[in-house]
Design a protein around this ligand. Sequence first.
Ligand code: NDP
Length: 482
Amino acid sequence: MPDLGRNLIAGEWAGGVAEIENRNPSDLNDMIGMFAQAGADQVDATLDMAQRAQRAWAGYGVERKQTVLMAIGTELMARAEELGTLLSREEGKPLAEGKGEVYRAGQFFTYYAAECLRQLGENADSVRDGVEIDMRREPVGTVAIISPWNFPTATASWKIAPALCYGNAVVWKPANITPASAVALAEIINRQDIPKGLFSLVMGSGGGIGQHLVESPKVNAISFTGSVPVGKAIAVAAIANLTKVQMEMGSKNALAVMEDCDLDLAVTLALGGAFGGSGQKCTASSRLVVHEAVHDAFVEKLVAGARLMKVGHALAEGTEMGPVVSQQQLDENLAYVTLGTSEGAELACGGARLEMPHKGYYMSPGVFVNTTNDMRINREEMFAPLTGVIRVGSYDEALSVVNDTRFGLTSGIVTRSLARATHFRRNARTGVVTVNLPTAGTDYHVPFGGRGESSYGPREQGRAAAEFYTTVKTAYISAGPV
Ligand code: NDP
């Protein structure tokens, strides 16, 4: 990868105003590389170029756009092993998850490649004699994409792919913790048959060039995934310019475990949902709402399963949970362990710093029991390999606890009752509901998003993405006399 570490500014690989180092959270002695930090002038230059490039791209025929997206997706899938290894090395998720993420990122591009060919408008007769109406979607223009580190390739891809599919230019600011995956993806996109400057990569701190980017009046739409406070700040900047904005933020997802469930299935779903990706997922199962009839048996199996989980180097054979992403995240997680116990929760297992042969940000998967839904550990997004069990006496109480949160991204129920599953599906106040499935893990061809503080603006993914990445034009045509 010759351009590793550089930004893609106005169609050219370029250094920046500073450099940061990127180290492997599984082994801090493993230096992945140095990465350039773009300056505000470079962001401005790339935005000017993007406007021109976007007009050219919008003029490409749909098959030409489709070919570009298909090539990106196919290459990502073919290189899932190589790029998944790089991703796991810099983010810390086990290799199978890293490879799976890159493959899934490829699927976003191939899905939107197909959508390039399916952009059909609508028409109508007018209320006026002899007038016809044509309604079609047009690109919004230049889209700023701000993505997080926990799914560095997939989250960026589910934004970049529809942005390009619907004819927009993209200026992408990835999270500074995972720049290598960003450069790798940018390198693939930049090699395609696209107008120079249509796609840009600007690496740098969120508070610096991220803020500069979202404040620019040259940006027509902003798609963001990250924390609630940053999302709210971006919304303020966007509204100041009346820029279209879409945000996916935190959550506090609950998995309801009913007394009629398959208990082993419930434990498997809870372990995967709570500790997959070291719990650093917006869809993580961080509250386990368990019926008292199965509570003790569930907790026993859950704790046994958590204790058995192999924590280790993300690239090592057999690792089930890697490190967390950074020292800051580790410190915050351990602070939540202290907070939970001070609030009266009992730490049944884990939640401790782990020392390994290689220096990294390791901790053991932790399960809190005897928790109540008003504890801060059950109200705040911890983004940690920690989960809290809440005992309830009935299905109605379970549903009410599940919905008692300011977030609303995903929720799940484990039950054998069709009636309860149906009632839950209809009454859980989340954007995604699962039945006998994990709260984490969604498809790419259907909408994704939440309610409350979890999301703002139109849904992402699937055909729903057209709502954000396009604007509708309504044309009235009077043909006049023949
Ligand atoms: P942030 O919200 O800080 O970061 C998300 C992205 O926004 C990053 O690219 C970041 O840049 C950028 N950013 C930060 N500040 C600004 C700004 N003022 N203007 C424009 N862009 C900005 O999340 P963190 O990575 O710091 O994680 C903190 C917490 O956020 C986590 O513990 C978790 O609770 C939550 N989170 C939720 C995610 C989700 O999927 N819902 C994903 C990631 C985090 P940079 O990091 O380079 O400074």
